[in-house]
Write a protein that binds this ligand. Sequence first.
Ligand code: WTA
Length: 633
Amino acid sequence: MHSETFTIGLGNNNTAVRKEASEDYVAFWAREAQKLTWFKKWNKILQWDPPFARWFVGGTINASYNALDVHQNRQKIAILWEGENEDRKVITYGQLHDHVQRFSNALKSAGVGKGDRVTIYLPMVPELIVAMLSCARIGAIHTVIFSGFSASSIKDRVVDSKSKVIITADGGYRRGSIVKLKDTVDSAIDGLNFVEKVVVLKRAGNQITLGNKDIMWDDFVKNATDKCDAEQLPSEHPLYILYTSGTTGKPKGVLHDTGGYLTHINSTFRWAFDIKESDIYFCTADIGWVTGHSYVAYGPLICGATMVMYEGAPDYPTPARMWDILQRYRVTIFYTTPTALRMFMKFGDAIPNSYDLSSLRLLGTVGEPINPEVWKWYYKTIGKSRCPIIDTWWQTETGGMMLSPLPGLETIPLKPGSAAFAIPGVDIAVVDENGSEVPPDTKGYLIIRKPWPGMLLSLWGDDEKYRTVYWSKYKDCYYTGDYSIKDSDGYFWLLGRADDVLKVAGHRIGTAELESSLVSHRSISEAAVCGVPDAVKGEVIIAFVVPKEGVKVTDELRAEIIKAVRDDIGAIATPQQLYFVSKLPKTRSGKIMRRLLKAIASNEKIGDVSTLEDGAAVNEVQAAFDDLKKQMG
Ligand code: WTA
């Protein structure tokens, strides 16, 4: 593997933490948990009935309380918000506290109580954080949906979670145009009688129609006071459901608790980011994804940090937008994605070089593997060879970081492209099919061998699926679905997904979800999709479809099908290319050989195809790829 190292830290070398964690991980996490404010202490640290873990049983806590009430300095800035259209707002901890209490009271008056689900479909505005913290305050379970998802994706999630209230906005800005969120919600919830209320924030000022369930945000809070005590909730009380794609047709509702999750987020936020009173932290993730939950909404606030929150596209209206934000707010910690970095890198060095980025002291990435050349570009051009980079590996299901350098804790040599080591108190290994650890530098499956505090409670309403998806491949071990190797120095390198999940621009999307959308089109009988490597997005989606008998194949039809997938799931699911083929490569038992599609796509040797039902299908797929390669140059 890549052996070049960069030893650059922030002067921290706290060896006691790793030692404590390795001696007794359960006691260790209890000590970490004590850094939060609990109403009542737990009587059992961990109840582990595999595969179900309950952390800090008997303890009571509240996420909103830990994000707001515990902070003495009400004048401290919590959020420096910038809209895509350059609207700006500065919100202090005190103001945020007041907003949240008022909105909590309004939710209560609308009949929302402990355990009720509330769907949030908002752009990246401070009210999104207000809505989440208000749900948390009264014990309602929030489920945030990324504002790029379509009406039918919202509908699936609202139906699955049975949300009684939806919080949205008239519209949001994206690349200078207005995305009409309220209209999308209208079509999503048409006929869903269990939805009682839709609260609408005025953001973009576009025309909307208010029906009898609808109420504007300002009217909703008009009569509410700004005093609302936080509910004392059991540690294992669900904080949120976040839907994520997997290997099955429909997204799964990942369910997180309160006490364990907050412990994990609080500790990892401090270890990874070395947060100080004076820091200006900026994570570019949208709150619609887990990174935004853990390291925009909850992490910085429970640590009392000041953060920048940005509404729009990172390269709008010019490719200098991010550097302009970093310069203007004097950002000290910047956490973004490899996809964004690859895009910035493509625009050239002159742009970042013309901004003053001297305030930066720490850089991070998340969501997909980072190529060593991009890492080095980030290190030199953005960090000016002064800032450590943390490559953080984790998942929606893990709640928080699991592998990462931790400059807030220790200084280690950094290897570009490696996520370094497991965080303290977490046991991760690379194993073969049988669960035995593989030797160094050997590819295997990444698994987690002991419960950890940020781990999901279950999948919403589906314990059985939780068991089969994550805990059936290896006994009492969590299966991540990722390939990895551990080098001879013990560094982890992530090698992408081992299952049928794609990572397009860092967003997770299941092949099964895409295929089920494709075959719902009237002219398609079968479909297979796979990811092919892309210089900016990491991976892009390529679809192969078999048209129904008698269907005339035209460019219009191709465009129509691509648009149908986009409308059905959302823009992130748009196939880059779609090919009509007369058959798909399948095994004799009828399973689509995705391994083969992927191999052809990645220019790898095809290997053994003796199990194929019909060799001619391979030729067709190969021909389609040859054509694609020609097009992509
Ligand atoms: C991938 C995002 C390589 C991985 C926080 C994982 C990564 C999936 C990294 C989870 C990283 C995340 N290096 N790959 N630093 N971070 N991944 O649920 O495949 O959206 O399983 O969570 O992203 O994606 P999710």
